[in-house]
Design a protein around this ligand. Sequence first.
Ligand code: HEC
Length: 245
Amino acid sequence: MELNKVFAAILVAGIIGLGTAFVAELIVAPDQLETTAIFVDVEAEPVDAGGDEALPSVLPLLATADLALGESLASACVACHTFDQGGANGIGPNNWGVVGAAMGHIEGFGYSSALQERHDAGELWTYEALNHFLYRPREFLPGTSMSYAGLRNVEDRAALIAWLRTLAETPAPLPTEEEIAAATGSGDEAADEEPAEGESNADETAPAEDTPPAEESAPAEDSAPAEDSTPAEDSTPAEEGATDQ
Ligand code: HEC
């Protein structure tokens, strides 16, 4: 007897619940939006996966890079590398004359297969290859045996690469204006060279101009520092934002 009442109560409650939901639906009639109404444009930073595209070029910085700084930064490398001509290989190969050389430039050194493959493909240690490699060795060359986390600051990488360049009988030619323009964006961005250099003393202030500041501010996930600079750049964060969706 009591059981019947309990069932009845549950049944009635269920019916009321369904009915209410139905009526509520009629009244409110929610329209599902096709896209998210609030678009939070979190700029994809170099620290994250897609970083390479945003990595600032060292090309505009090389000519005026601080060689003494580069040499002092190389103290992070000497545990594994020698840099003198004919120097011995250590954990890593001797790096005399590596700028512009073939990847895997030391005959007989036991390179990782990752680096050996690049060697076999005829790839060279261009300035930009070194820029990417030294930024994040394991990202540029997955499987590399070089256990080195990387050098975050573009001016530091430029200084180190500029110093490496001097370690040769005939240093590789510096990049031409055209190469710099091509690396730093489209032609009308030739002015890029200027802000990039001017910014060299003001690491953390991140002027809202071109790509180098974007890297400088990398750790902070704050509001897009490079907002309204150029149309060319606006497209990049927008694309990245889109793919993040
Ligand atoms: C912990 C040891 C270690 C440190 C520190 C290290 N390297 Fe290396 N490096 C290696 C090894 C090992 C390789 C070979 C990588 C491979 O075969 O994948 C290598 C390869 C390289 C190459 C490619 C050489 C070639 O013949 O293709 C360059 C350039 C290089 N290192 C530069 C540097 C610089 C510049 C630093 C300092 C900022 C540095 N490395 C710090 C171990 C190290």
